[in-house]
Design a protein around this ligand. Sequence first.
Ligand SMILES: C[S@@+](CC[C@H](N)C(=O)[O-])C[C@H]1O[C@@H](n2cnc3c(N)ncnc32)[C@H](O)[C@@H]1O
Length: 231
Amino acid sequence: MATIKEHCCGADAFFDHKRAVTQYADYLKKGPTKVTARMIQQLENQVIKDGTLLDIGGGIGALAWWFLEKNGARTTAVEASSAYLELAEKYATEQGWEAKARFIFGDFAGMHNDVPVADFVTLDKVVCCYPEYRSILQASCQKANGYLALSYPMDGFLSRIVAFFAGLKTRLKADDFKPYIHPVVKMRQLIKEQGFERVAHDLAFPWHVETYRRVDKAEAEAKAKAEESFN
Ligand SMILES: C[S@@+](CC[C@H](N)C(=O)[O-])C[C@H]1O[C@@H](n2cnc3c(N)ncnc32)[C@H](O)[C@@H]1O
């Protein structure tokens, strides 16, 4: 398994200028990708107006741009790829969103103490870039005042084979980066233990797309009591 430091240098090298420019051009032409669009659909019913978004590993910023178009107050992007961040910043400037969109370069799990909390926290195809799911998920949950939305790959045998060959390919090219398939049940359990309940789930094959809502402590206790009396 790669160390966290290798992972982040690897992400910066793998998500390079060429890849960023291609994704940026695709976004300008076609809008958000299938998985991102699914996440947007899940979040669309929530009150975005005047809310804040923390988009971890946001790439060229598709989720953040949607959020600001919906009258969100502010977005913060934490990105391990300097090339993606540069293009995201360029887009924000072109839209006149400099005062609303903040950009932080680095490994979110390593710097989360310096990152503000937000009403919405998103991790779109990001946990699978990270060697260790617990720390990044726990830190993400701590930052989410209201909703946490994430997408991650299915964890079956086929996914592991695909991830293995994808990792092999990057290693052959001397990249440090490789994708990770994490245990779905354990990730969901961890998010629940952090005080969230799942409010939406879709499968955009081979990605799970899920939204969780922070459950108020009193609400959680009342629910547990109701379940107890039902049993
Ligand atoms: C597969 S891309 C997805 C980009 C974007 N969310 C999307 O759906 O188009 C994963 C992104 O996560 C970033 N990333 C991976 N690990 C990260 C970490 N620990 N902290 C911040 N960004 C990270 C990578 O640099 C990359 O831009």
